[in-house]
Design a protein around this ligand. Structure first.
Ligand code: HMG
Ligand code: MG
Length: 298
């Protein structure tokens, strides 16, 4: 069966804008996030506290956070290490996410470390975040395939998932960073995870839409019991450290499907699409989302 309600974890301001060549002014980012929250999104990933040289698009995290104080949504932020966590907590972040890689190549490209070294780096970050009362999500990248290594064995993803769970992450997000997953693979991974003691109720799915499979993959995950789905407004996004990554599943495409299925999200689709159109004008290129285009005033 399908869930009655799905929580959308909006990643446009972070996963989307981190990959845009245009540097978006901080006031525009703040307005984007506020408009997303007003469209009914209850979780909006706001930014990352990473090294500013690695992701210059998000180097304004310190200026952005104070502009978001009255935003009616949870605003998780990415933190790669203790330095990142300190910066985030100093600005009042209440939800953080660490981001591991399932493959050695991407661990190296994204965090300059091996898979094991990344997990070791996260251990004190997760412990300290929890001690500070913050919610902690753990991302897993390259769960379905890697641009350098090709196919990724399910067992490799299961092992990183177990370690993030044991570390104390409350929720794990399964990243299809380059968008190569197909529904059979999703089913295989979810069932291997549940056999290993990682139930669907602890999971979110994070599909990029490179091959147009993100919605089919999402529906498969919902049928398996997943109720949290990552998506990015207007389909913004990608990853600067993974060649061939394109934008995330567009939030509008997701909401169109969920509305049609009678699954509650709390999101006002037209208001959301208008926000993505507004952002597309700032970025100077049309949204790749089919739903945003279909709903656009003619
Ligand atoms: P490193 O070069 O190994 O850094 O990078 P280090 O630990 O050796 O430190 C070097 C210097 O950086 C030091 O300064 C540190 O203080 C400073 P120095 O002593 O030389 O003056 N530093 C920092 N400064 C500010 N904030 C920090 C920080 N940490 C160290 N947090 C590092 C390691 C983790 C910093 C780097 O690799 C990094 O920032 N990586 C971020 C990459 C990233 O953000 N990628 C995109 C997000 S992941 C993604 O998009 C996938 C996802 O969407 C899911 C999916 O689709 O799969 C989540
Ligand atoms: Mg991503």
């Amino acid at each position: 069966g399908l869930p009655a309600r799905v929580r959308i974890h909006e990643v446009g301001p972070r996963d989307g804008l981190q990959n845009e060549k245009t540097l978006v002014p901080v006031a525009v980012k703040a307005e984007f996030i506020r408009r997303l929250a007003e469209a009914g999104l209850t979780t909006v990933e706001a930014t990352s506290f990473v090294h500013p040289k690695w992701v210059p698009q998000l180097a304004d995290a310190e200026e952005l956070m104070p502009l978001l104080e009255d935003t009616p949504a949870r605003l998780p932020v990415l933190v790669p290490n203790k330095r990142g966590l300190e910066r985030a907590l100093a600005l009042g972040a209440r939800d953080v996410a660490v981001f591991a890689s399932v493959t050695e190549s991407f661990a190296r490209a994204n965090l300059n470390r091996s898979v094991d070294e990344v997990l070791e780096m996260f251990e004190p970050v997760v412990a300290e975040a929890r001690a500070a009362g913050a919610g902690v999500r753990g991302y897993l990248s390259m769960c379905f395939g890697d641009p350098w290594e090709g196919a990724v064995p399910v067992s490799q993803t299961v092992s990183v998932a177990r370690r993030l769970m044991d570390m104390g992450c409350a929720e794990l997000s399964l990243g299809d960073t380059i968008g190569v997953a197909t529904p059979g693979h999703v089913l295989e991974l979810l069932s291997a995870l549940s056999e290993a003691g990682v139930p669907a109720t602890k999971l979110a799915v994070h599909f990029h839409d490179t091959y147009g499979q993100a919605l089919a993959n999402t529906l498969t995950a919902l049928q398996y019991g997943v109720t949290c789905v990552d998506a990015s407004a207007g389909g913004l996004g990608g990853c600067p450290y993974a060649k061939s990554a394109t934008g995330n599943l567009a939030t509008e495409d997701l909401v169109w499907m969920l509305d049609g299925l009678g699954i509650e999200t709390g999101v006002d689709l037209r208001r959301l699409a208008a926000t993505s159109e507004w952002m597309a004008r700032h970025l100077g290129r049309p949204s790749p989302s089919r739903t945003v285009r279909a709903l656009a005033p003619k």
